[in-house]
Ligand binder design. Structure first.
Ligand code: DHE
Length: 584
């Protein structure tokens, strides 16, 4: 039960960066490279699902262009945006994968491209053909498609945003005090991914309070600082603003902020509570600051610019995690492909001041240390953790996470018996959990260093979780290929971390959920407000039963299984109190 790093690196590395090695002309295509396409990292590649739905226009035919009909071009574009854009970029200029611009693809030619897509490469390109994921016909079409100039999805400026913006209940018609007897801080907002909904679940009775229609494949929920408004963002960049004070909590405003998105946040600095909201988009590459009462779009800022290392222009740097500073009136915005973190000062948005911090490319998710001062975020494709001092507005350090593809979610803060305050992340590509010291004053020799590595069940982990009142660190592995691992949770006792090789207990969460059909994955623990129980999603296919499993944090025993036919594909869960106060 203790796979060591080397073994897991060997088996999972191949898919960690799906890079089409076209620049290396002459590299022979191989028979099915082991593990391609079915490694955890390969399953966790961004899919531009909404962009994939837009109609694109076949470019005018030039001499030497492959023959393609408009309908084939549309189909190929959808396939490209959904399967390939995550690594090679929407505009094919390259991201974690190599560029696929026509100067490169045309030099390689149709047969080469067709074989490359069919067989993959040892550098990380999946074997789309031999794995059965694309038909011969689709591959033929895709090889022709990438010989043509890429279509560019539309931009999304103020006019378009305003055209989608709806204030369903204006602020003056909303209550001035809480009108219901719901224990708001105890609510759990649960993403129902494939239903495009969120469920609000009562933290005491486990009853569903209400289900809301939100954006397509909704991604996360965030709370306004006061705890009154809940914001959700769909993959289609739709933001919903839900007023939890109304007699029946309801959506009071919505807006489309672009075509693809993953992040939303609200202003939290003292004196600015609930004043602004911000949404970051994958396409177009930009973020928008909105009025915190109505979602009126106020300021849009493009993220296009130079990469941090090679200082080359990048046309589509996506916005990854956004958090709100507790020390300054600032949003902290991760810009993925350029590797920059922007501190966006919202105290005067007409004269917007942005501090741009040089970090590391491929920034993804992250969270605060226990003091709320330091933001620690993963540059996952570079195996690095970047530390930002949000009080001073500076880069503190860039730390090697010592594992393969760190994926912290918001991370987990532990008071370590030997090393003092530490922050934890697990990894997508191996079984390790890295603990880094976060107390530069009390433990200066440990600060911003990996002070300990733990070994959990296996690769494919996405989220770790604890709570200030808990003695446990929970580690999931939803993308692990083995069903018994992806259906379980590893739990470390944080008081026992001084042992030479700390053991973990395995909680068979999927088994406890007793779901007859499918192979559900167990994902993302979230504590309740009191910190005495943790909820897990048992995430099954859309047409199969899913569940939420509640575990007693003190006894590690099953407390409750929540099943309801409306709980379709539950993934992320956000307790109102913990989310608004950044407790994790
Ligand atoms: Fe997420 C957070 C992006 C796939 C569940 N996800 C985030 C954040 C980003 C992101 C940028 C941080 C938001 C923030 O803090 O502001 N996620 C992406 C992707 O690009 C990716 C890899 C592929 C895609 O096309 O979307 C992706 N994510 C997934 C999933 O497949 C998950 C497991 C299930 C789902 O619902 O889609 C998933 N992501 C989550 C969750 C969080 C998240 C639950 C918030 C965790 C938290 O505790 O804060």
């Amino acid at each position: 039960m203790r796979p060591k790093q080397a073994k897991w690196r060997a088996t999972l590395l191949s898919g960690a960066a799906i890079a089409l090695g076209l620049a290396a002309t002459g590299v022979a295509a191989e028979e099915k490279p082991e593990g391609h396409g079915d490694s955890p990292a390969a399953q966790y590649v961004y899919s531009a699902t909404t962009v994939g739905e837009i109609d694109v226009e076949l470019p005018g035919r030039k001499p030497g262009d492959p023959v393609m009909t408009q309908s084939e071009f549309n189909k190929a574009a959808t396939l490209y945006f959904e399967r390939c854009a995550g690594c090679h970029g929407v505009l094919r200029k390259g991201a974690t994968g190599k560029p696929l611009t026509t100067d490169i693809t045309r030099e390689n030619g149709f047969e080469y491209l067709r074989d490359f897509i069919t067989y993959g490469s040892p550098a990380g390109m999946p074997n789309w053909g031999t794995s059965g994921e694309m038909t011969e016909e689709e591959i033929d079409m895709m090889a022709r498609y990438i010989l043509l100039e890429p279509p560019e999805p539309p931009q999304f400026g103020l006019e378009k945003m305003k055209a989608t913006w709806q204030v369903i209940v204006p602020p003056e018609e909303r209550p001035t005090e809480k009108m219901n007897d719901i224990a708001i801080d105890k609510l759990m907002s649960v993403t129902l991914r494939d239903a495009g909904q969120v469920a609000l679940i009562d933290g005491d009775s486990y009853e569903i309070v209400k289900i809301f229609d939100t954006g397509y494949a909704v991604h996360i929920s965030r709370m306004s600082a006061s705890g009154r408004y809940l914001f959700t963002i769909g993959r289609d960049a739709k933001v919903n603003m839900i007023d939890l004070w109304m007699e029946e909590p309801s959506t009071v405003a919505t807006i489309d902020t672009g075509l693809e998105a993953r992040s939303v946040e609200t202003s939290k600095f003292e004196g600015w509570e609930d004043k602004y909201a911000i949404a970051g988009t994958y396409w177009p590459p930009q973020y928008v600051i909105m009025d915190g009462d109505t979602l009126e779009p106020l300021k849009i800022k493009s993220t296009r610019g130079m990469t941090v290392d090679t200082q080359e222009y990048h046309p589509e740097p996506r916005v990854a995690a956004i958090v709100a500073s507790h020390y300054n009136p600032e949003f902290i915005v991760n810009i993925k492909e350029t590797g920059k973190i922007q501190l966006v000062d919202y105290s005067d948005i007409e004269n917007l001041k942005v501090t741009e911090i040089e970090a590391e490319r491929f920034l993804h998710d992250g969270g605060f240390d226990s003091s709320g001062r330091y933001f620690i975020t993963a540059a996952n494709a570079r195996n690095k953790l970047v530390v930002i001092d949000t009080k001073e507005g500076k880069l503190v350090d860039i730390v090697d996470s010592q594992g393969m593809t760190p994926h912290p979610g918001r991370g987990a803060n532990i008071d370590h018996p030997e090393h003092g305050p530490v922050w934890a992340t697990s990894h997508l590509g191996d079984a390790s959990v890295s603990l880094i010291g976060t107390d530069p004053e009390g433990h200066p020799d440990k600060a911003w260093k990996v002070v300990q590595q733990l070994w959990a069940m296996g690769g494919g982990s996405l989220f770790v979780k604890t709570h200030p009142d808990s003695d446990h660190l929970y580690v999931d592995a939803p993308l692990n290929p083995a069903a018994e691992v992806s259906g379980s949770i590893a739990v470390f006792n944080t008081a026992d971390l001084t042992a030479e090789d700390p053991e973990y207990k395995v909680l068979p969460i999927a088994e406890w959920a007793a779901i007859a059909e499918g192979q559900p994955r167990v994902v993302q623990g979230e504590f309740n407000k009191q910190g005495d129980e943790i909820w897990f999603s048992v995430w099954n296919a859309k047409d199969k039963q899913s569940a939420l499993v509640v575990v007693d944090d003190k006894t590690l025993e099953l407390k409750k299984v929540i099943k309801d036919e409306r709980l379709v594909t539950p993934t992320g869960k956000f307790n109102v109190y913990n989310t608004r106060k950044d407790v994790y």
